[in-house]
Design a protein around this ligand. Structure first.
Ligand SMILES: NC(=O)c1ccc[n+]([C@@H]2O[C@H](COP(=O)([O-])OP(=O)(O)OC[C@H]3O[C@@H](n4cnc5c(N)ncnc54)[C@H](OP(=O)(O)O)[C@@H]3O)[C@@H](O)[C@H]2O)c1
Length: 384
């Protein structure tokens, strides 16, 4: 590296992405300027103690947690959802947004408006509010580097290529643990089975979303906004080995692919070191003996992927409604109140029931999110 890497703020520090980001920071000697999570857990307290210079944000502490954290960390701790924004707008930091769900959006916007580099794992930000996020990036003149492995792959394939040269983007999907099963077999899937992903170790929501292909649908919407291509030029292909992370096809018929072990530390690190690269943690990749297979997604068994494309094409509030309905449906599934296939029904019915609206401001997005959650909960019998 030619110079030091900017100090890092890790939002969602107790999560799968956040933990790996802290590991990358330690290995590369990057200063940690802030850590944030939802709860004032022991895990967050341990992380805060390991980084005595970092500000600490706790978005939704209990009364007891607030007392303990205030006692232990004094003037460097902040409470409430807006504390993530405060951490993200410190001058000259890189913000790694690894919060799960809609709660990550305000900090995404704040980091970009402040002109800070945003390493974005929180895909919900772009799904819910793509045009607003991209406008904030433009205004702040900030760098937005995706962390999602597919988007990092596409980003890397596109370096140095003019937009007019791109024919289409191809996102790869592992297919999740139930690839190859038909609808009848999917009916009885339990949360425990769905939480066991074959290639990636991730937080619970994204693991369930990978099993239903909702995650791939969210990624299609994310790619549409990040790379400015219409939905008919974005494709999904199932690639169970998760070695090819995504591909770009160019107008001359060339394809560029990004390959590597499925390990999120690699795209996290790239988002922090771009445009340079630093040595990574993995052994050299062995190609000999690898088998790479690709097939079309089974949209009858996994209808949520097509529903996501439809929500994306509808635009406006539809993607935010789709995302909120999914957050409610996944929670109900994990709590045993909804079957595996029921999740797609909740998505379809919620998107159909909530009136389409223009999205111009963050308030519009949050209103669509609120309404969708209320509708989805109503469909579930008002029980969550
Ligand atoms: N995991 C992956 O491999 C992967 C890959 C690509 C993209 N992503 C994306 O990265 C994001 C994080 O995924 P993950 O798998 O790391 O999730 P995760 O393991 O469930 O961690 C979520 C993190 O977000 C925090 N959080 C939750 N609600 C919050 C709130 N209201 N305010 C502030 N912080 C909050 C959690 O804090 P508490 O611990 O206190 O609840 C936790 O630190 C998601 O958008 C996901 O789609 C993940």
């Amino acid at each position: 590296m030619s110079g030091p890497i900017a100090p890092l703020v890790v939002l969602g520090a107790t999560g799968s992405i956040g933990g790996q980001a802290l590991e990358v920071a330690e290995r590369l000697g990057i200063e940690v300027a802030g850590v944030a999570a939802r709860r004032g857990s022991e895990e967050l307290a341990t992380i805060a103690a390991e980084h005595p210079q970092a500000l600490v944000a706790v978005a939704a502490p209990t009364g007891d947690e607030q007392e303990v954290f205030a006692d232990r960390f004094g003037g460097r701790v902040r409470f409430g959802p807006e504390s993530l924004v405060e951490l993200s707008t410190q001058a000259g930091v890189t913000v790694l947004n690894g919060v799960v769900g809609a709660a990550g959006l305000p900090a995404t916007l704040a980091a970009l408006e402040a002109g800070n580099r945003l390493a974005l794992a929180n895909k919900e930000s772009l799904v819910m509010a793509g045009p607003i996020v991209m406008a904030a990036r433009q205004r702040g003149g900030a760098e937005l580097i995706p962390v999602d492995s597919e988007h990092s792959a596409l980003y890397q394939c596109l370096v140095g290529e003019p937009h007019r040269s791109v024919r289409r983007l191809v996102l790869t999907a592992s297919g999740g643990p139930f690839w190859g099963r038909d609808r009848r077999e999917l009916e009885a899937i339990t949360p425990e089975e769905a939480l066991a992903h074959p290639t990636w170790s991730m937080g619970p929501r994204i693991t369930i979303d990978s099993a239903t292909l909702v995650n791939k649908g969210l990624e299609v919407i994310e790619a549409h906004h990040l790379f400015g291509l219409p939905y008919e030029r974005i494709e999904v292909v199932v690639h169970p080995q998760s070695i090819v992370h995504s591909l770009v096809e160019f107008v001359d018929g060339s394809l560029k692919a990004h390959l590597g072990e499925p390990d999120m530390r690699i795209p996290i690190q790239y988002a922090l070191t771009h445009p340079e690269r630093a040595p990574g943690p993995l052994e050299p990749f062995v190609l000999a003996g690898r088998r790479l297979t690709f097939s079309a997604p089974d949209l009858a068994a996994f209808p949520s992927l097509e529903l996501a494309f439809e929500a994306g094409r509808l635009g406006g509030s539809a993607p935010a409604v789709f995302n909120a309905a999914d957050e409610v449906a996944v929670r109900a599934f994990l709590e045993g109140r909804l079957g595996f296939l029921g999740m797609a029904s909740i998505l379809e019915e919620t998107v159909a029931a909530v009136a389409w609206a223009e999205i111009r401001t963050l308030a519009d997005v949050l209103e669509a999110d609120r309404e969708a959650r209320a509708v989805a909960r109503g469909l579930l019998g008002g029980s969550c």
